[in-house]
Design a protein around this ligand. Structure first.
Ligand SMILES: Cc1cc2nc3c(=O)[nH]c(=O)nc-3n(C[C@H](O)[C@H](O)[C@H](O)COP(=O)(O)OP(=O)(O)OC[C@H]3O[C@@H](n4cnc5c(N)ncnc54)[C@H](O)[C@@H]3O)c2cc1C
Length: 474
């Protein structure tokens, strides 16, 4: 699930050079290619399992706050949760454009994973620190569910990275041994061992991470709403922040009211650039994904899926899949067709889900390649979600601004189920100036590889993905 930052190839270096050159056009690009914020309705399996949820009322007055959080996904809700527990006396406001979990947190593949998408190095110290951070994050999510008795479907019987290439499988074997020396419980399964529990075709072996699992993110986020309200957080749904005016007191404009806050937290992931922040750090990548009808345990066994919450593969256009407690197989990725970038950073995929039928067939073919027989299973839900993508695939968490009062936790790529839930602890510690625990981690107060503006952004994405079959990564 973690991979080292790969050595740069000639095409990577060319891309980096072209990116830096194109970045010179930023001042003109914003005027020539204006953008607007868009939010579509979440059509996922996950929200279908929160059918009783009714979004709260929008903001309709002018208010003040000590901390105003923008965005009601994992990052925003976890920030509201941890901050309001540490500072019960402070006024915390959470503003969400649509409804809680309408973004990626309610649209993902459900895999609750360890590690970062990209490790800066594999030294024993860094390996241990990153593992400890994410495994504590998973335990924290589970503890919150237990503490508040939340109705969240989840399982923790392990996930796998599976290897379609014998050499990469051998490297994973060595990685598992290295982890074990460090006291990390990774386990290598050769193809025969893997077959007994999860019979995937074309796979040479798998790296099992036994304490990871799968979770319904929409249930987690939405069932935390009454807990947050109890902790004193004021939540306004249907309240897009339209603009931010920075200062010692920050002013947020929304359609029917203003918030004047001493500090804000950007928890807007793939939508962040619409507020004028991190425009050269993140781009919205659309991932198309589906869930099958619920399979009985007998049907799961007949397909060869007898154990484990999910898997992802070792290919660059990563395929990922999980099996819910209710028996739905969730599957996404696996080819260029499974992902899209839309001109001018559109955060809504046009026409979804109708326009994605052809792509969904390709994604289903990828699933059938791993699980022959699954081609006959009906798709019950198909949806598209917006990932906040950085070029090195790691998130950015920190604080910025002349008054050091603009906190942010964004750019989680395909690894945010655990990490965006950890974000609330990170930002609360940073606010408290009690952040020694996070210093030196490659997600904390770091720089980023710049992404050029339009039209180079769109042209670069299309050319790179078509020519290499990979997603841009530097
Ligand atoms: C299809 C798909 C599959 C994925 N699979 C996995 C997986 O299996 N495992 C994994 O670890 N990760 C996965 N991810 C990534 C993971 O879901 C995200 O990294 C994580 O949910 C990010 O959480 P977030 O709170 O930062 O963002 P989001 O959940 O996107 O929340 C941002 C919120 O901000 C709101 N917002 C934006 N702008 C404004 C504004 N101006 N005013 C008010 N509100 C605003 C949005 O409406 C949204 O609700 C997947 C993502 C997708 C899309």
């Amino acid at each position: 699930m973690s991979s080292p930052a790969p050595a740069r190839t000639l095409s990577d270096n060319l891309l980096l050079g072209a990116t830096r050159l194109a970045s010179l056009t930023w001042p003109a690009a914003g005027r020539i290619f204006p953008e607007r914020a868009e939010y579509d309705d979440n059509q996922s399996l996950w929200v279908s399992q929160t059918a009783d949820y009714r979004p709260g009322a929008p903001l309709r007055e002018n208010i003040t706050a000590d901390l105003a959080i923008i965005g009601g996904g994992f990052a925003g809700v976890s920030t509201a949760y941890h901050f309001s527990r540490r500072y019960p006396e402070k006024r915390v406001v959470l503003l969400e454009a649509k409804s809680l979990a309408n973004g990626a947190s309610g649209r993902n593949g459900g895999l609750m994973l360890n590690w970062l998408a990209s490790m800066p190095d594999h030294s024993p110290e860094m390996t241990r620190r990153v593992y400890d951070m994410t495994s504590a994050g998973i335990r924290m999510i589970q503890a919150i569910i237990e503490r508040h008795n939340l109705p969240v479907s989840h399982r923790s019987d392990g996930t796998l990275t599976v290897y379609t290439d014998a050499r990469r499988a051998e490297a994973a074997h060595a990685e598992a041994e290295y982890h074990q020396q460090l006291g990390i419980p990774s386990q290598y399964l050769d193809s025969a061992a893997l077959k007994q529990h999860l019979d995937l075709q074309g796979v040479s072996g798998g790296l099992l991470d036994p304490d990871t699992g799968q979770i319904n993110g929409a249930q987690l986020v939405r069932s935390l709403r009454p807990v947050l309200i109890e902790q004193g957080v004021a939540i306004y749904e249907g309240t897009p922040v339209l603009s931010i005016r920075e200062g010692a007191t920050i002013t947020l404009a929304t359609p029917h009211g203003e918030v004047r806050a001493q500090a804000i937290a950007l928890a807007t992931n793939g939508y962040t650039m619409k507020l004028g922040y991190f425009r050269d750090a993140i781009f919205p990548l659309h991932s198309h994904i589906f869930a099958t009808t619920a399979l009985t345990p007998e049907q799961q066994a007949a397909l060869g899926w007898r154990r484990y919450a999910g898997y992802s593969d070792d290919l660059d256009r990563i395929a990922y899949s999980s099996l819910t407690n209710e028996g739905h197989i969730v599957f996404g990725g696996g080819s260029n067709a499974a992902y899209d970038y839309c001109f001018r950073n559109r955060t809504v995929f046009p026409g979804a889900p109708e326009s994605t039928a052809g792509m969904m067939r390709q994604i289903k073919d990828t699933m059938a390649g791993y699980l022959p027989g699954s081609e006959d299973i009906s798709i019950a839900y198909r949806w598209t979600g917006t990932l906040g993508f950085t070029l090195n695939r790691n998130p950015l968490m920190g604080v910025r601004g002349a008054h050091q009062n603009v906190y942010y936790a964004i750019g989680f790529c395909g690894h945010g189920v655990t990490l965006a839930n950890v974000a609330g602890q990170v930002l609360t510690d940073l606010y408290s100036r009690d952040d020694a625990h996070w210093r030196g981690l490659p997600i904390y107060q770091t720089g980023y590889v710049p992404i050029p503006p339009e039209p180079f952004r769109w042209i670069g994405y299309q050319m790179y993905t078509r020519l290499t079959g990979r997603s841009p990564r530097l």
